[in-house]
Design a protein around this ligand. Structure first.
Ligand code: 1CP
Length: 339
C-alpha cells in the first residue's frame, strides 16, 4: 500500500510526517452532530452505512492521512453482557459493574463475534468507500482501561473505585482482566480479518497507575495483545505514560503514542529508533490563534526530526474545536518537508 502512514510504521523514509487525530470521527464535526441527533450511539456504530459515513467524514472534510473506525472501546463490556448507555452531558454509563466473583461469572466471553454481527460489514463498506491511499485504523481499549469502566461503571477523573478494587482484590481483578483480554484479542483479530490496515490500543487510563501497578494490571495484558499480532502494524497509546516509556519500548508494536506532557527529547531518549513516535500536540492548542497553532505544529514536528514520526494530537480532539482549526493543523503538517 503506497501511503505515508503505513510506510512510516514499516520503517520507510517519507518526505513529511503522516497525520491523523485521535477521536477525529465525530464530536466537533457539525455533520456528525446531525447524525447524532437522529440515531442512537450504538445504531451509529453498528449500522454499516452510518459507521462508514462517520469514519470517512474527517478524510474529506479535514484531510487526514488515515481514517479510524467509528466504534468505541466500550463495545467489549457490551458484548460481555453489560449494557452501556450514553447519557447526554454525562458520558457512558454501564448497567452493572463487576466487583465480585458472581458478577465475574456473569460475563459471557463465549463466541463473542456472533454477538457483533455487523463489524465485518462496517469495515468492508468503509474500506470500499475510502480512497486507496487512506488506510483504516482499527482499535481497542487496553484491558486495564476497559476494566476501569467495568468496575467504576462510568467515566471518572481518577477511577478511584476501579483502582482500589484492583489493589484490594488483585486475584479477582486479574481474572477479570484476563477475560477482557481474551475477548479483546478475538475482537481485534476479527477487525483485522475484516480489513483494517493497522490497529491502535488506547490505554487512556494506564497513566493513572504507578509503574509497579502498571506492570501488574496493564502492561502484561497489552503485551498479550501485541504478541497475538506480531506482524501487523500497531500503535500503543498510554495517556500519562511518561514514567512507563522504558517498559512500553519493550512491546512488540510499531509505534508508541505520546501525550503532550512528554517532550520529544525525553521520548527520543527512551524509545528506540525502530519504534515510531506518535503525537503529541496539546488538543487545546487547536483553540489558539492561527499563527500560534501553525508555529507550535511546526515546532512539534521539528522537535521529533531524527526519529520516525506520525503527527497527531496528544489526546482526543475536543468537542469545542472549530473545524477550521482542525483543518489548519492537518494542512500545516502536510506543508512540512523534512530537511
Ligand atoms: O455520540 C457521541 O458523540 C458520544 C461521544 C463518543 C464518541 C464520538 C463516545 C462515547 N465514543 C465515541 C467514538 C469513539 N470512542 C471513537 C471513534 C473514532 C473517533 O472518534 O476517532 C474512539 C477511537 C473512541 C475511543 C474511546 N472511547 C476511548 C479511548 C480514547 C480516549 O479518548 O481516551 C475512551 C476512553 C472511550 C470511552 C468513551 N466513550 C464515549 C465517551 C464520551 C467516552 C469517554 C468517557 C470518559 O470521559 O471517561
Amino acid at each position: 500500500m503506497n501511503n505515508r502512514f503505513i510506510k512510516v510504521l514499516k520503517g520507510e523514509a517519507v518526505d513529511r510526517p503522516p497525520v491523523w487525530m485521535m477521536r477525529q470521527a465525530g464530536r466537533y464535526l457539525p455533520d456528525y452532530m446531525k447524525l447524532k441527533a437522529r440515531y442512537s450511539f450504538f445504531e451509529r456504530i453498528e449500522t454499516p452505512e452510518l459507521a462508514t459515513e462517520i469514519t470517512v467524514m474527517p478524510v474529506h472534510q479535514v484531510g487526514v492521512d488515515a481514517a479510524i473506525l467509528f466504534s468505541d472501546i466500550l463495545v467489549i463490556p457490551k458484548v460481555l453482557g453489560i449494557d452501556v448507555e450514553l447519557i447526554p452531558g454525562k458520558g457512558p454509563v454501564l448497567d452493572w459493574t463487576v466487583k465480585s466473583e458472581s458478577e465475574y461469572k456473569k460475563l459471557n466471553g463465549e463466541d463473542i463475534i456472533s454477538r457483533m454481527p455487523t463489524v465485518e460489514a462496517c469495515i468492508k463498506m468503509i474500506k470500499a468507500e475510502l480512497p486507496d491511499h487512506i488506510p483504516l485504523i482499527g482499535f481497542v481499549g487496553s484491558p486495564w482501561t476497559v476494566f476501569c469502566y467495568m468496575v467504576q461503571g462510568k467515566g471518572s477523573k481518577d477511577f478511584s473505585e476501579a483502582k482500589s478494587f484492583a489493589y484490594n482484590h488483585p486475584s479477582l481483578a486479574l481474572k477479570i482482566l484476563d477475560k477482557i483480554t481474551i475477548a479483546t484479542i478475538e475482537y481485534l483479530g476479527h477487525q483485522i480479518d475484516s480489513g483494517v490496515d493497522v490497529f491502535q490500543v488506547f490505554d487512556s487510563w494506564g497513566g493513572l497507575l504507578d509503574r509497579k501497578n502498571y506492570l501488574q494490571f496493564s502492561y502484561p495484558f497489552i503485551k498479550r495483545i501485541c504478541d497475538a499480532f506480531p506482524d501487523f502494524p500497531s500503535i500503543v497509546f498510554a495517556k500519562g505514560g511518561w514514567h512507563l516509556l522504558d517498559d512500553l519500548n519493550q512491546l512488540q508494536c510499531n509505534a508508541l503514542g505520546l501525550d503532550w506532557t512528554i517532550s520529544a527529547d525525553y521520548a527520543k531518549s527512551k524509545v528506540s529508533k525502530d519504534k515510531v513516535l506518535q503525537g503529541n500536540l496539546d488538543p487545546s492548542m487547536l483553540l489558539s490563534s492561527d499563527e500560534i497553532l501553525v508555529q507550535r505544529t511546526n515546532e512539534m514536528i521539528a522537535s521529533f526530526e531524527g526519529h520516525p514520526y506520525v503527527a497527531n494530537l496528544g489526546h482526543g480532539i475536543l468537542p469545542n474545536i472549530p473545524v477550521e482549526k482542525a483543518k489548519l493543523f492537518i494542512q500545516t503538517v502536510k506543508n512540512y518537508r523534512y530537511s
